[in-house]
Write a protein that binds this ligand. Structure first.
Ligand SMILES: O=C(O)CCC(=O)C(=O)O
Length: 167
């Protein structure tokens, strides 16, 4: 998977609010904790499952990009700790290609379990904030704001690991 290893986001210009009067935030979930909060049996079951991930682009061309396969339990290349890798919306387990709706439901149910057991860190942006995260075992999403009213400028730096290449 060519997912970025470390991501940095620098809020150069930040909207004063998100939607519906809520603060403008980016949410994060620690997927190590998500894995650790699962029952042992569920952890074991997931060890054998990989997901087809969709390309993280929102264009018609994305349909033609081959899907990537990633194990749902990922082992951190540096710490050796296990975490969940749930990836993109609409991911389907390998072996369930012919019943994609059932596959998506499986992933959705797992994600709902994660959300009930794992706290979400919601970062309320202030101009000038710099965030770093380990993108290999942290999930994130930026929440929407009214782009017709406010300007947002964020600089993003991504680091790709080459740990396999070196070892
Ligand atoms: O815009 C945000 O708050 C999140 C940024 C993001 O999704 C990313 O950098 O991958």
């Amino acid at each position: 998977m060519n997912a970025l290893y470390v991501v940095m986001l620098y809020g150069v210009e930040v909207p004063p609010e998100g939607l519906d009067g809520q603060p403008h935030t980016t949410e994060f979930i620690d997927m190590l904790e998500a894995y650790n909060k699962l029952d042992k049996e569920q952890q074991k079951l997931l060890e054998n499952i990989s997901l087809y991930q969709k390309a993280p682009v929102f264009s018609k061309e994305a349909i033609d990009i081959p899907k990537k396969v990633h194990p749902i339990v990922s082992t951190h290349k540096v710490t050796g700790q296990k975490g969940l890798y749930m990836g993109s919306y609409g991911a389907v387990p390998v072996g369930m290609e012919n019943e994609p709706e059932k596959g998506k439901e499986f992933v959705q149910d797992l994600f709902e379990t994660v959300l009930t057991r794992t706290p979400i860190y919601s970062h309320v942006w202030q101009k000038g904030d710099v965030l770093f995260w380990d993108n290999s075992q942290v999930m994130h999403r930026g929440l929407p704001y009214d782009a017709t009213k406010y300007k947002r400028v964020a600089l993003r730096l991504g680091v790709v690991d080459n740990l396999e290449a070196e070892s």
